[in-house]
Write a protein that binds this ligand. Structure first.
Ligand code: ADP
Ligand code: MG
Length: 497
């Protein structure tokens, strides 16, 4: 049975499989290498991909896009006409089911085992939601892999090169930058950062606002007035943006009106977005403690890196040419396919076409809270800092503050700041202490991240080694196992067009 790699993108998805010693993109039923990650409910039945995208302007209220931005949220991603709610996991599951069905059509065999890619900075809740989406689609998610790592694998496989790579991934809805060390088939992430809300979509928005203003100047209608007009404006602006990648000027047509736009104008409109990517790259370089001359390769991934201003900026800031030769929209899926094959072989005791080993880092700092002696102000204490290698664990010591203290707060936090205002408290609990402890009795806290990025924390009484309590993070925003199972059953016999 084939194992496939799925790049489940914000705007476009791609599927690849190993054929012999090389990965290959699998075309979808329309014969395309990319499938738009969109769903439309036509009379209640889900339609996925390019045909769905074509209905955006016709059925704007039944149209769902950018669901990846909502993964890990508890709120519905779509509510249909009858009031039926769809979770982000269910929408993603519909897309995954369609991708897997097309892949099995191409391969002529059932597809069940998959590797799905996620942005490196996806937190625990978003990763869990992605896994759940796979399960709901009836798939067996053997691993999740970070998108930049997958791109690095695809690139490294082609060249067999070692060194320090920087992956700059600007897709449709997310921006991801990662520094990794590559030694043959070993991939170690050094640092990663990103912006969940920055991608080609935002560049489209800038152009849309500009075109809509010009249309109003010419006495035309308000294009944001109806969902239909806005969807049409979006489609026109996205394709104009793509034209400006190769042409210096173009015309956006909306109804009978025409708005000419030059590449220079477009670059001015979006300059602030581009500089946001620059700031993120600088932050990641700083965290990696690297200078540009220590970077051996710069990989541009994601459809939006086709815009000339992107490679121009990367070149200006790094003083070198980004690498060409990988297809920015396909590299992630290809790398996922290589990894899927390698992992699958590991499980089955077989020999993979290309064996890869991936080690990851934490995308968020983890810590606990404690009251400062003297001021009694409650502060965040980082225990495992961002970009620590996974799996990892850390130990820290605290003390009780009064004789015979009977309870102690035990929190798990996510974030870097000392000030709790800027930190997310993932879990709060009150633990009981045995009676008769002296003042300043020592408490040991052990915190760890396991291979899947899951968090565990435990507190011990240092004097006796007695465990006072364990925390397994609750995920209030995620579905429980039962809900996932129900949704999987409900979707089992659904045929997605
Ligand atoms: P994601 O993985 O986030 O879904 P992709 O990597 O597939 O995204 O990139 C999709 C984005 O790339 C879209 O915003 C699309 O408009 C943009 N894009 C694709 N081709 C071009 C191009 N030639 N010029 C400019 N933008 C492009
Ligand atoms: Mg992508």
């Amino acid at each position: 049975m084939a194992v496939i790699g799925i790049d489940l993108g914000t705007t476009y998805s791609a599927v690849a499989v190993m054929r012999g010693a090389a990965p290959e993109i699998l075309e979808n039923r329309e014969g395309e290498r990319l499938t738009p990650s969109v769903v439309v409910f036509e009379d209640g039945s889900p339609l996925v991909g390019v045909e769905a995208k074509n209905l955006a302007a016709v059925l704007p209220d039944d149209y769902v896009e950018f669901v990846k931005r909502k993964m890990g949220d508890a709120s519905p991603a779509h509510v249909d006409g009858s009031g039926k709610e769809y979770r982000p996991e269910e929408i993603s599951a519909l897309i995954l089911k369609r991708l897997a069905a097309d892949a099995s059509m191409q391969l002529g065999e059932e597809v069940r085992d998959v590797v799905i890619t996620v942005p490196a900075y996806f937190d625990d809740a978003r990763r869990t939601a992605t896994r759940d989406a796979g399960e709901i689609a009836g798939l067996n998610v053997i691993r999740l892999i970070n998108e930049p790592t997958a791109a690095g694998i695809a690139y490294g496989m082609n060249r067999g090169q070692s060194g320090t790579f920087l992956v700059f991934d600007l897709g449709g809805g997310t921006f991801d930058v990662t520094v990794m060390r590559v030694r043959g088939s070993e991939f170690d992430i050094v640092a990663t950062g990103g912006d969940r809300n920055l991608g080609g979509f935002d560049f489209d928005n800038k152009l849309m606002a500009h075109v809509a203003a010009k249309v109003e100047e010419q006495g035309g209608p308000d294009l944001y007035d109806s969902g239909k007009a806005e969807a049409d404006l979006r489609a026109q602006c996205e394709s104009a943006k793509r034209r400006l990648t190769s042409a210096a000027k173009t015309v956006v047509r909306v109804g009978t009106l025409q708005v000419p736009v030059t590449r220079e104008e477009f670059e001015q409109l979006t300059a602030a977005l581009l500089s946001r990517t620059e700031v993120t790259v600088e932050e990641v370089m700083e965290e990696a403690e690297l200078t540009w001359n220590q970077i051996d390769r710069i990989l541009l991934v994601g459809g939006s890196t086709r815009m000339p201003m992107v490679s121009g900026m990367v070149q200006r800031m790094s003083g070198r040419m980004p690498d060409i030769g990988i297809n920015p929209d396909e590299a992630v899926a290809m790398g996922a396919a290589i990894f899927a094959d390698s992992e699958n072989a590991k499980v089955n005791g077989a020999i993979p076409a290309i064996a890869v080993s991936v080690s990851d880092v934490t995308s968020q700092s983890l810590g606990t809270t404690a009251h400062e002696i003297g001021t009694n102000i409650k502060r965040n204490i980082v225990m495992i800092s961002k970009n620590s290698k996974i799996p990892c664990s850390a130990v820290d010591y605290f003390v009780t503050t009064i004789p015979d203290q009977r309870q102690v707060e035990f929190d798990v936090t996510e974030g870097d700041d000392e000030d709790l205002q800027y930190v997310t408290v993932l879990h709060e609990t009150l633990l009981n202490l045995p009676p008769g402890l002296p003042d300043k009795a020592e408490l040991r806290v052990v915190m760890s991240y396991d291979i899947d990025g899951m968090v565990h924390a435990e507190m011990f009484l240092e004097a006796t080694g007695q465990s006072l309590g364990t925390i397994e993070l609750e995920r209030p925003n995620n579905l429980g196992a039962n809900a996932v199972d129900e949704m999987r059953k409900a979707m089992r016999d659904l045929e997605i067009l």
